[in-house]
Write a protein that binds this ligand. Structure first.
Ligand SMILES: *Cc1c(COP(=O)(O)O)cnc(C)c1O
Length: 358
């Protein structure tokens, strides 16, 4: 009896197809594919018809290259290990004018995607003038082995926000940049901007002239915002443990470390479960329930490798205790304030949970 992290592979692939909606997606596989595992996810996405991948780390990009020899792989962070980028045929962002002038010789033979900064201010060329400056300098560069400009991209900082006008503003600023460059005769093999929220806000359509949407969380089974129906995105992940024993406690008893839970009623049944924060269950998640035999019961205290759940007489030792599954989704708890979808997923500890692909 050990707690388990398990994924239904066919459901994962079916969800990826449903998210893709016959569009071209660039699957974001950063942070070990949102903790689902790089090998598993890249192979599943390939089966779902996705052959373009994106991550923030060069080491991961190189691992993706080994799994998918023919894929297009885009590195969202600028790096300085130019030989590794070139040898592995990895496309990389061009993050600023300074970087361009400093490294344009080292970048020879590398495919770059010009990045537009926009409202997030994390990276990118600041204005369309800066973008054109790179394009013109590049056109005048006589070096035969110069870098190759094959893409244009940005990242929206507000696509997940509904109460403020910023998404509309950043989207319009970006669409204007794309339109202006294309109307001046520039061409890009890849144009991409939309994360999951932006892709769904546009009804699973690409913005005009775009070649890909750069989608992460939806492919891993979580909704980026709460007004989307659960049917649109399916979770294939289950996280579950077991009841080790059920204990009888009485009013006034303190259970767990440091008075974690004070019992309110005599003859309360407390299930001791073999999962805790050491397995990556967030403390905020433990303010909510767990499912045992199809019914939700409140979690009362969280320890490193255990938790207490207040149950009734129907629950016995060895019963399964579900923390996440398709009826108790990661995104349900995101919208209850537990933490971002990716935060709950990233916390899960694959060194202590048994990993099972069904
Ligand atoms: C993480 C990330 C994405 C994917 O975002 P989701 O909300 O998970 O779809 C897209 N683009 C960039 C630059 C990212 O860092």
């Amino acid at each position: 009896m050990t707690a388990i992290w398990s994924v239904n592979r066919q459901q994962f692939i079916d969800n990826a197809k449903k998210v893709r909606h016959n569009q071209n997606l660039m699957a974001v596989v950063k942070n070990n594919a949102y903790n689902y595992g790089l090998e598993f996810s890249v192979e599943a996405f390939l089966e779902a018809g996705i052959d373009t991948f994106s991550t923030t780390s060069l080491a991961e990009a190189i691992r993706v290259r080994k799994i998918a020899p023919n894929a297009t792989i885009f590195l969202m962070n600028a790096v300085y290990d130019f030989d590794a980028v070139r040898d592995n045929h990895i496309h990389m962002t061009l993050p600023s004018l300074t970087y361009y002038y400093q490294y344009k010789e080292e970048l020879q033979g590398i495919h770059v995607h010009l990045e537009f900064e926009n409202l997030l201010h994390r990276s990118g060329l600041k204005t369309i003038q800066e973008i054109k400056e790179v394009l013109e300098d590049h056109a005048n560069n006589q070096n035969e082995d110069k870098m190759i400009i094959s893409g244009l991209w940005t990242h929206f900082g507000y696509a997940d926000e509904f109460d403020v006008p910023e998404y509309g503003i950043e989207k319009q600023a970006w669409v204007d940049v794309v339109d202006a460059l294309l109307s001046e005769g520039y061409h890009f093999d890849l144009i991409h901007a939309q994360n999951s929220a932006s892709f769904y806000r546009e009804e699973q359509q690409l913005l005009p002239h775009h070649t890909h949407a750069r989608v992460g969380i939806a492919l891993y089974g979580s909704r980026p915002y709460s007004s989307l129906s659960e049917d649109v995105i399916s979770q294939s992940l289950t996280v579950k443990g077991n009841v080790i024993q059920v204990r009888d406690v009485n009013k006034g008893d303190y259970c767990g470390y440091s008075f974690a839970y004070e019992v309110e009623q005599d003859h309360t049944k407390l299930a001791v479960v073999d999962m805790g924060y050491g397995d990556g269950i967030l403390r905020t998640r433990a303010k909510h329930e767990a499912i045992i035999n199809g019914k939700r019961y409140p979690i009362k205290a969280l320890m490193m490798s255990h938790m207490f759940v207040a149950v009734d007489e129907t629950v016995t030792a060895q019963d399964e205790v579900i923390l996440y599954n398709e009826d108790m989704r990661i995104d349900e708890y995101t919208f209850k304030g537990v933490g971002a979808n990716s935060e709950q997923l990233s916390a899960l500890n694959h060194d202590s949970l048994i990993k099972e692909i069904r």
